[in-house]
Design a protein around this ligand. Structure first.
Ligand code: SF4
Length: 133
């Protein structure tokens, strides 16, 4: 791939309703807690599942912050949500990028992003979640 086209479409929440986990960095927890006016410990108690290596949002049927009109913590959303679809496993693998384009209508739209720029952006995932990469 020389480049990718992507532009997130207003009003769309299709990536939020896919199966999977939302992993959290320690900074994500602090930021989301502050946005909700909660102490980080209270945010954790209500929303975070912590394993020995990882922290992730507790999900019931879907993300607890997804409302009918979109993400209710949008300005403070977790790193992986903010970076999507610029994840290493997607930008570095044409097949995966194409697979995700089946549910993400923003893929293939917008201006051309050079592959080096996309890979650079995706490297933030590796820094944020070293346990996953
Ligand atoms: S599925 Fe794609 S276009 Fe829709 S909200 Fe997610 S990133 Fe944006």
């Amino acid at each position: 791939m020389d480049g990718l086209r992507f532009h997130c479409l207003p009003g769309c929440t299709r990536c939020c309703t896919q199966k999977g986990f939302v992993y959290l960095t320690e900074d994500d927890i602090q930021r989301a807690a502050a946005f909700l006016n909660l102490a980080p410990a209270e945010f954790e108690r209500r929303f975070v599942y912590r394993t020995r290596r990882l922290r992730r949002l507790r999900m019931k049927r879907q993300c607890p912050f997804l409302l009918a009109d979109g993400c209710s913590i949008h300005p403070a959303k977790p790193t992986q949500c903010r970076l999507f679809p610029f994840w290493p496993e997607l930008v570095e693998d044409r097949k995966n990028w194409r697979r995700v384009s089946r549910y993400c209508p923003g893929i293939g739209t917008g201006r051309l992003i050079q592959i080096g720029t996309a890979v650079d952006r995706a490297s933030e995932m590796k820094t944020a979640y070293p346990e996953l990469y």
